[in-house]
Design a protein around this ligand. Sequence first.
Ligand code: ACO
Length: 352
Amino acid sequence: MLPELKFGYVGAGAYLPDKVLTNDDLATIVDTDDEWIRRRTGIRERRILAEGESILDMAVGAARAAIADADIDASEITDIRVGVNTWARFPSLATQVQAALGLEGCSAADVSAGCAGFVYAVEEAYNKLYVERIRDHRAGTALIVGVDGLSHITNWQDRSTCVLLGDGAGAVVMREVDSGGILAIRTSAEGRHGQLLYCESALEAQWDPSGPGPFNHATQGVRPYLHMDGRKVYGVAVKTMVEEACGVIDIFNRDNPSPIGVEDIGFVYPHQANLRIIEKVAARLEIPLDRVYTNGIECFGNTSTASIPIGYVDPAARERAAVAGDYEIDVAFGSGFASGAILRQVGSTPTS
Ligand code: ACO
């Protein structure tokens, strides 16, 4: 029997660029209008990186806010995991967050899992904290960031995708807690659907037929863009998010003498891809919409791996503040049809 250890969030923070792009702004770029975007997606506006503002700036801003909220010294951090899809370079973003925070030596790595990247990153950090606590008797502290600069891979001529996307970052600090914390996590993927939602590589191995062999060089003049078959993705997103939410409860119930049901869930943070997806997921789970985070999609658009942790600190997230003992679920779905869910319980000192 594995020891029962509790790990949970002790701080949360977010960073959203100041620059706002409204639906009316987009209507000056592509053939669209505010009414279509609101009706089909629920999006009113989104934040976009300004010139000179970077994905690293967002990640570090969210990390600093989470560290301040946790009221810890950054030097206590033993592991940094960054869920990100738009940092197409190396060194990894996590190592650059580490450097910007003035930290040395702690482990740091990026996690690429589409819009489910934050859930995957939390799972990796949780497992590491758990193993190191048992194997090395070391009480660690993890910093987990979800960040994406989707404006970098947006095709501003494609009205079916450019209206959906936004930039942002969210972060949490996670460590051992006395009460509440993470009760179960599950993740899965269906890579065979890769071509329904993808972005090309900026770097491709290219064969030069006139030369002696293949040469790696940057693709000249071609930007990598996000491509999506929105209709096909939509159907699978709803089904998968419902399965993930129910599945994570099942995992918890396996070892639990007092099983819980969907009706016991106090609040859900779904990935903010489209209001209609969120509403359908809530309806299928029979969870009233006032117990589901929706403000992110309306005000920030689809911020991919950042959307769930942004919700943790969004003052408009919920009417009733979290109460100790409440069960909460995070559920995400995205590219690679990678998906996942986290079941958490609010501790005796609820985090923001
Ligand atoms: N403005 C006006 N008209 C538009 C726009 C626009 N921005 N975009 C498309 N249209 C038109 C289309 O051309 C089409 O016109 P037609 O009937 O004359 O051919 C019509 O609207 C319907 O287009 P659909 O693509 O069928 O519209 P749909 O109702 O499916 O909505 C949407 C599109 C919003 C993209 C939806 O399919 C969706 O949300 N899909 C899932 C998105 C998602 O979950 N993504 C996962 C994560 S994303 C990530 O990982 C970054």
